[in-house]
Design a protein around this ligand. Structure first.
Ligand SMILES: C[C@H](O)[C@H](O)[C@H]1CNC2=NC(N)=NC(=O)C2=N1
Length: 94
């Protein structure tokens, strides 16, 4: 069972560009174009499948918002921060 992180533990792990609201961390990013945003979504989808951990993804033209929480645990876990780091790697590569 993946352990739920306390608010203070979660805040210590919060990555640049991400915010926490309760048991959800999120990052909003604007891409250069809609096709580029969809390319990012495709790449994140592959990472999520490989990790068996999936973000909520809001797509509005060129703006993507990723939201992470561990539904099965009912809170934030290491899985959320690990996937956030992978999402940051994708965003850093476009
Ligand atoms: C059966 C499957 O492993 C689970 O439903 C996975 C799928 N992806 C998931 N993603 C997220 N964000 N939280 C989960 O608890 C979760 N559980």
């Amino acid at each position: 069972m993946t352990e739920i992180l306390s608010d203070s533990e979660a805040d210590l792990r919060l990555r640049t560009g991400w915010t926490r609201s309760g048991s959800v961390i999120s990052r909003e990013v604007e891409l250069a174009s809609f096709p580029q945003a969809i390319e990012v979504v495709d790449r994140v989808a592959e990472l999520a499948e490989a990790a068996d951990h999936h973000p909520d993804i809001d797509i509005r033209w060129r703006t993507l918002t990723f939201r992470l929480s561990t539904h099965s645990a009912g809170g934030l876990t290491a899985k959320d921060f690990d996937l956030a780091a992978r999402i940051d790697e994708v965003l850093g590569s476009v």
